[in-house]
Design a protein around this ligand. Structure first.
Ligand code: ATP
Ligand code: MG
Length: 460
């Protein structure tokens, strides 16, 4: 269904339906003939989960991105199910399932490569019944209002009120095939508005990641951010500093690897949401060094372009881009202290990553290739002898080379280096050895200013 059809749908329904956004208990019900969500567009896994829960006597609905994206004519990335069954009851119904999360317990039901996320209806924390809180631990907040645990269960309308955005709180039932809208989500889809459910400040304080979700969906869907939703963003952005670094890693990937990284980044900068995630990079951006600004811009643009072409993108490359300006600065400092280039780079990378891990935990499987990509930048400067042959065989040669191109595109370095490596990479063995000899003889001549080295030469 296209957005125009959503718009048409709403016009058609506006007069017909009794809406009651002020009362969370009476949803707007959109009957099957008046919307485009159908079983055909829902994955078999999600349908199986809903049907089995229903057969066991539970309520179960498709919710979140699955409903939102189908209504917008897109293809959902994954399917989420909401139910009144508890995690243990869900677990009992699906052999292929496991309970994950502590702060927010959910069940993952696996069908081959597909994972359906099943959540139990969340309830109101203030009215948390004692039975759902036997050890007093189902709901917990810190002093700034952040929810440390959100496992109080409730009814569907309470669940809707506890979701992040109105457009993410539409429930599709495979019993009557209707959509249930408790919070004006259809209206906002139609007006192309990102609106936080409830009082935005309270909701951001409960979970600051919701601020990132606001900009992510605004960029992804090309929606406007509703005024009340927008107002507290800049002031509350620093709350993101309190989020666990491990959770932040996943969030950053969703922000920058969803195909709309540039728009997302622009919104993050507008509302001060980038600084708490990458404080050292932000400090350099604030110095308005054009190379830094351009590198990040170009890196994100390239990521978007690759995703649009269906090419793979790796988190290591993305993080290598976001942190390169910091590594470069620290590297310069090390060189000034007389440390040789390659060890200086290792130390710069170490210091940068150590600091960064406090905000965003980058797993080793990504931080190791990141270090390699950075180190390759130095090693590319030596085109002589066997080194060039060895570099071409390097595991991350391709990524390192792409990174070199990016530095070139952003004006950090000239074009000669990447051209030489491109030619060397494509050359036949005999041509390669000529090229090596040529660069060896060039290396004996006085160096070009760009390749000036400090300290003794190092066998990298
Ligand atoms: P997509 O999967 O396409 O990124 P989504 O909206 O399905 O988008 P998920 O992260 O899969 O996003 O979350 C599923 C649903 O859970 C959301 O649509 C929303 O209703 C709810 N949700 C997710 N994160 C939060 C949060 N931090 N606070 C409140 N509700 C949330
Ligand atoms: Mg989802």
């Amino acid at each position: 269904m296209s957005t125009t059809t959503v718009s048409g749908l709403w016009k058609k329904l506006a007069g017909k339906l009794s809406r009651s956004n002020s009362s969370p208990h009476r949803p707007t019900i959109i009957p099957r003939d008046d919307h485009c969500v159908s079983r055909r567009l829902i994955s078999d896994g999600a349908l199986k989960v809903i049907q089995r829960l229903n057969q066991a006597g539970h309520e179960a609905y498709l919710v979140g991105g699955g409903v939102r994206d189908i209504l917008l004519g897109g293809e959902p990335k994954d399917f989420d199910v909401a139910t009144d069954a508890t995690p243990e009851q869900i677990r009992g119904l699906f052999r292929n399932s496991r309970i994950i999360g502590r702060r927010f317990r959910i069940v993952h039901v696996r069908f081959g490569r597909e994972v359906i996320e099943v959540t139990t209806f969340r309830g109101n924390h203030d009215a948390a019944p004692v039975h759902s809180n036997p050890k007093g631990k189902q709901s917990a907040r810190n002093e700034s209002g952040m929810l440390l645990r959100d496992n109080v269960y409730g009814s569907i309308d309470e669940d809707a009120a506890r979701r992040d955005l109105s457009i993410n709180a539409l429930y599709y039932s495979s019993r009557d095939f209707a959509i249930y809208d408790f919070v004006g989500g259809i209206d906002d889809l139609n007006r192309r508005l990102i609106r936080v459910i409830g009082d935005p400040e309270t909701r951001y304080r409960e979970d600051p990641v919701r601020m990132l979700r606001v900009v992510r969906f605004a960029a992804k869907l090309d929606f406007d951010i509703e005024a009340h939703t927008e107002a507290p963003l800049r002031q509350l952005a620093p709350l993101l500093e309190d989020i666990a670094a491990a959770r932040m890693f996943d969030e950053v990937l969703k922000l920058f690897m969803g195909g709309r990284a540039l728009q997302t980044y622009a919104l993050m900068q507008r509302y001060g949401l980038f600084a708490p995630l990458f404080p050292a990079t932000q400090r350099l951006l604030d110095e308005e060094c054009p190379e830094t600004v351009e590198l990040i811009h170009q890196g994100l643009a390239n990521t978007d372009a690759r995703i649009a072409e269906g090419k793979p993108v790796t988190p290591a490359f993305l993080y290598a881009v976001l942190l390169w300006p910091v590594v470069k600065k620290l590297h310069k400092e090390q060189l000034a202290d007389g440390v040789p280039p390659i060890p200086a780079l290792h130390q710069a990378a170490e210091r940068c990553l150590h600091k960064q891990q406090q905000r965003v935990a980058i797993p080793k499987r990504f931080s190791l290739p990141m270090r390699d990509i950075w180190e390759l930048q130095l090693r590319f400067e030596r085109q002589s002898g066997k080194r060039a042959e060895q570099l071409v065989e390097h595991r991350y040669f391709r990524a390192g080379y792409d990174f070199l191109l990016l530095r070139e595109q952003s004006g950090e370095i000239g074009e000669q280096l990447s051209q030489w490596w491109q030619a060397f990479y494509e050359a036949q063995p005999d041509t390669r050895s000529n090229m090596q000899q040529h660069s060896e003889s060039q290396e004996e001549r006085p160096r070009r200013p760009r390749r000036r080295r400090r300290g003794p030469r190092n066998k990298g």
